[in-house]
Design a binder for this molecule. Structure first.
Ligand code: ASP
Length: 599
């Protein structure tokens, strides 16, 4: 059964050799008495020919009984395809194998969907692909994605090894520390009434590793978050996770730029320029309305707060009087936006609590908008100048508190860019990658509903040293030593320099985040203890590995780069999980279900 070659290996140079290939029947064509079978393995495919005049009848009829995806091994002689019949689309297209023997290793039932035709598979329902994932994985596109994933994982490991990092595994059975996302709980049979939790990330363990003197840690770490699933989130996912001692933010920037340079070269053979541009959180919001801006196109937000402070248009001047701002965006060439499109944008504004959306369409030399009559000449000329208004433009406004105004226009900016792209008015070449460090985040954000501060990143993030005195007096002022790495509008990862002084960490938990001291002790006591025994200054970052691979593979869905992903509802359609368990299993765990079991 042993193969002499894989199915993407034979060329004109091997003509005359007797070879054995093994793989799946990719396609079968019966032509002029001959049977042509393309055999496919992970590497590619090769055409084989069964000629009844050269084979015994039994072998030929076995070949005739084969259907797609049967598993076979064939032996035969390599020969050139007859003139004019070479297939230039595949690497083995100039040769074929004249079969002398055939082993049918396994038959295949008729498939629920074809795997040999990328065009057809595009229209196959994703649930069917997930249910028969083993068939889906045979598709060359999926095989390529897994290969890229493996290559990038190896490149990352080699890189970190060269940089002196140790790969350390951290526990999957952790403890509940419900500060961020919701956790998965695991009941402990041996410790009645107690639970483990699956880690949302190895954050606390990696910090403890620094206290343990490891100095440079990394891991391709599995993380678990029991979130309400958004379209492109998975309840379990992988991070490239790392932590270093005795460093500053700059060290992380250099390290990650080196990693991504290596990864882009490995996966795409592209040399990405470093160092990456840096932008502050405030600038990102001011200019792009989002903290992970796609800078491959302009459509930047422009501030008009000063121009409209005394305006007779009360919607604008009123917003400013109550501490807000007026911002606008010129969606160049979108004056033809339909009523439906304007409504979609208005809904975005309303989802942030705005009453409506003010806009101007510039058509036939005229500013078409009910609000224009309130504007003075000076206001109009400020708009024209700063937004470079021309015929065919669409101007959109937000008048609100700063963050809201930015975020409203940020969403609208992305929507307009998509519209312009679909109309062929905005061109973004496929392999432009705009990397960006977003820095100078506020350490804390305010939750109006709960009337308390929460960590913008996580509670272990260090404040900028000179801002520490403001932690209790004016939390809004405190900048965090946190950074995000963004590419083309996608957040690839984030991290921070950590608090390593137990007193500061305790203050953040108890006085800033208002976690009761006994709860701090129960959840984080071990960490505060560890910090009292000589904790080095340290910091780190984690990159979303699935998202990274999806970007490299040019697919919008992370499910396409995970071998066995879950659906948006968190289910595994192949194994039918999650599933109910036997009453005995629950008894062993001292658990009782309150929900009626659906049969
Ligand atoms: N643990 C963090 C996260 O999962 C990353 C970090 O701060 O290193 O987002």
């Amino acid at each position: 059964m042993k193969r002499t070659h894989h199915c993407n290996e034979l060329r004109l140079g091997q003509i005359g050799q007797t070879v054995t290939l093994a793989g799946w029947v990719h396609s079968r064509r019966d032509l002029g008495g001959l049977i042509f079978i393309d055999i496919r393995d992970r590497e590619g495919r090769t055409q084989t020919v069964f000629d009844p005049s050269a084979l015994d009848g039994e072998l030929f009829s076995r070949a005739a009984s084969l259907r797609s995806e049967c598993v076979v091994s064939v032996t035969g002689k390599v020969r050139a395809r007859p003139d004019g019949t070479a297939n230039t689309k595949i690497a083995t297209g100039e040769v074929e194998i004249a079969v002398t023997s055939l082993d049918v290793l396994n038959m295949a039932d008729v498939l629920p969907f074809p795997v040999d035709d990328p065009e057809v598979t595009k229209s196959v329902n994703e649930e069917l692909r997930l249910q028969y994932r083993y068939l889906d994985l045979r598709r060359p596109e999926m095989a390529r994605n897994l290969r890229v994933r493996s290559k990038v994982a190896t490149a990352a490991r080699v890189y970190f090894d060269e940089e002196g990092f140790l790969e350390v595994e951290t526990p999957t059975l952790f403890k509940s520390t419900p500060e961020g996302a919701r956790e998965f709980l695991v009941p402990s049979r041996n410790n009645v009434g107690k639970f483990y939790a699956l880690p949302q990330s190895p954050q606390q363990f990696k910090q403890i590793l620094m206290v343990g003197g490891v100095e440079k840690y990394f891991q391709l770490a599995r993380c678990y978050r029991d979130e309400d699933l958004r379209a492109d989130r998975q309840p379990e996912f992988t991070q490239i996770d790392l932590e270093m001692s005795f460093i500053e933010r700059e060290d992380i920037y250099v390290l990650i730029e080196g990693l991504l340079k290596r990864v882009w070269k490995t996966a795409l053979n592209i040399d990405i320029p470093t160092p990456f541009t840096r932008i502050s959180f405030a600038d990102a919001l001011n200019r792009f309305g989002i903290d992970k801006p796609d800078t491959r196109y302009g459509l930047e937000l422009v501030d008009f707060t000063e121009e409209f402070r005394a305006s007779t248009f009360k919607v604008f001047s009123g917003a400013i009087a109550s501490g807000g701002v007026v911002k606008a965006l010129n969606a160049k060439g979108l004056a033809g936006a339909t009523q439906g499109q304007i409504e979609t944008m208005t809904e975005y504004a309303k989802s942030f609590g705005a009453k409506g959306l003010a806009y101007i369409k510039v058509e036939k030399g005229e500013w078409k908008s009910p609000i224009v009559k309130f504007f003075t000449e000076a206001e109009k000329s400020a708009l024209t100048q700063k937004l470079k208004i021309e015929e065919g433009d669409l101007i959109l406004f937000a008048a609100d508190q700063w963050l809201n105004a930015c975020e409203i226009l940020g969403k609208i900016r992305i929507y307009c860019a998509d519209l312009l792209k679909s109309q062929g008015k905005l061109d973004i070449p496929a392999n432009t990658f705009n990397f960006l460090w977003v820095v100078d985040f506020p350490l804390l954000s305010f939750d109006k509903e709960q009337n308390r501060w929460y960590s913008s990143h996580h509670p272990f993030t260090a404040p900028v040293a000179e801002d520490i005195p403001f932690l209790t007096s004016d939390p809004r002022k405190v900048r965090g030593q946190h950074y995000d790495i963004v590419v083309n509008g996608v957040e690839l990862g984030g991290g921070s320099i950590r608090i390593h002084q137990p007193a500061v960490q305790k203050l953040v938990f108890e006085q800033v985040l208002q976690i009761p001291p006994e709860m701090v002790q129960a959840r984080f006591g071990y960490m505060l203890d560890a910090f009292r025994y000589g904790a080095p200054p340290h910091g780190g970052i984690a990159l979303g590995f699935d998202r990274l691979i999806a970007i490299l593979c040019g697919t919008p869905s992370i499910r396409d780069v995970i071998a066995f992903p879950k659906t948006a509802k968190g289910t595994d359609l192949m194994t039918d999980s999650p599933a109910s368990v036997e009453p005995k299993q629950l008894r062993d765990l001292h658990l009782e279900l309150k929900v009626a079991k659906k049969e």
